[in-house]
Design a protein around this ligand. Structure first.
Ligand code: 13P
Length: 334
């Protein structure tokens, strides 16, 4: 039997965090490459992953990396092992995103529901056997629109699927990372974000209990409570910390071995400053779970800009990537 609690705690340990590098092929092409004027396609995606995953010293700040299927079979330049094996050799736990993206929720067409349960047990067994993945991720998307959205039905259906996913992952001997992302899009207030995060976490915990998921063997990945992107308001890190931790302490039981944050479209500096304020408050309030980062955009953005798709820029891109990792990791000790 795999010690899921121990595995989860390993991901949270040592002042380290996680790198989310699990963009689907389409998202990697459109949002990470083309958005910065870089060519797209499998080879460019490999080079993009190579910069991040083969950065010397990555293991100083990173305990685990969330990968996407295509990356499992790719290698860095001059590296003998495929990425997941190369990471494991440096003490970094490879994880894999296993949801298959979103589709419109039939009962409320402006909301999204995540798919990927069909054939999941077979895929999980194959990932574990071939790449020794230690954890997996499933992302659900929760949209805020005034008081209208999210609907209770969309929250409940997404949480049911998260719980079914978690059951299968635990059976396969891996830690499920449950990510109900409350989107930053919209003009809602920070307090509305806090309310929706609280509701979503309550629904998630209820669904997990319903399906007898072992709460001590999961990681929760959450958004921070921040004002909507179009609200015209920038919250202070202290405000974000107060409302984020307020939501989590109200809804997430102490038995959960760890909570990680997504960056969700915050700038790298915002995501770093907010994490520092949360870390401070966690100590002051004696929060029961360890918390760390599991960022994609906030860790990658500066490196992608410097790289710009040019091989000669790789060393400089890795340098800014490491500098950001150091800052984010320092934020945990604020
Ligand atoms: P961001 O940090 O860019 O939000 O990505 C994290 C993630 O895993 C999204 O699914």
């Amino acid at each position: 039997m795999v010690d899921l609690f121990g595995e989860a705690r390993m991901l949270m340990a040592g002042g380290k965090g996680l790198l989310a590098a699990d963009e689907s092929d389409k998202s990697a092409d459109e949002k990470r490459l083309a958005a910065f004027g870089i060519d797209t396609g499998p080879e460019m995606r490999r080079e993009f992953r190579d910069i991040l995953l083969e950065t010397p010293g990555l293991e100083k700040y990173i305990s685990g990396v969330i990968l996407y299927e295509e990356t499992l079979e790719q290698k860095g330049d001059g590296v003998a092992d495929v990425f997941p094996i190369s990471l494991a050799k440096r003490g970094i736990i490879p994880g894999i995103k296993v949801d298959q993206g979103t589709e419109p929720f039939p009962e409320s067409k402006n909301e999204l529901i995540t798919k990927g349960l069909i054939g999941l047990p077979e895929r999980l067994a194959a990932y574990k056997e071939k790449y020794n993945t230690g954890f997996t991720k499933w992302r659900a998307v929760i949209t805020i629109d005034g008081d209208r959205l999210p609907t209770a039905q969309a929250i409940i259906e997404n949480c049911k699927r998260l719980a079914t996913y978690a059951c299968e992952v635990q059976k396969a001997g891996m830690v499920p990372m449950l990510e109900p992302e409350v989107l930053l899009d919209g003009n809602h207030s920070r307090l509305r974000a806090r309310e929706v995060i609280t509701k979503t976490m309550h629904a998630l915990v209820a669904a997990l209990e319903d399906q007898a998921v072992d709460l001590s063997g999961v990681i929760i990945k959450t958004s921070m409570a921040v004002s909507g992107k179009d609200s015209g308001r920038t919250d202070t890190p202290e405000e974000v910390a107060e409302d984020t931790l307020g939501a989590l302490m109200e809804a997430v039981p102490a038995s959960i071995p760890g909570i990680v944050f997504l960056s969700g479209g915050q700038t790298p500096d915002e995501a770093t400053a907010n994490l520092a304020a949360i870390s401070k408050l966690v100590k002051a309030k004696n929060a029961p779970w360890p918390l760390t980062f599991s960022y994609a955009r906030a860790l990658q953005e500066e490196a992608i800009k410097v790289w710009a798709g040019k091989p000669e820029n790789v060393p400089a891109a890795r340098e800014v990537f490491m500098a950001r990792l150091e800052k984010v990791s320092n934020a945990l000790n604020a």
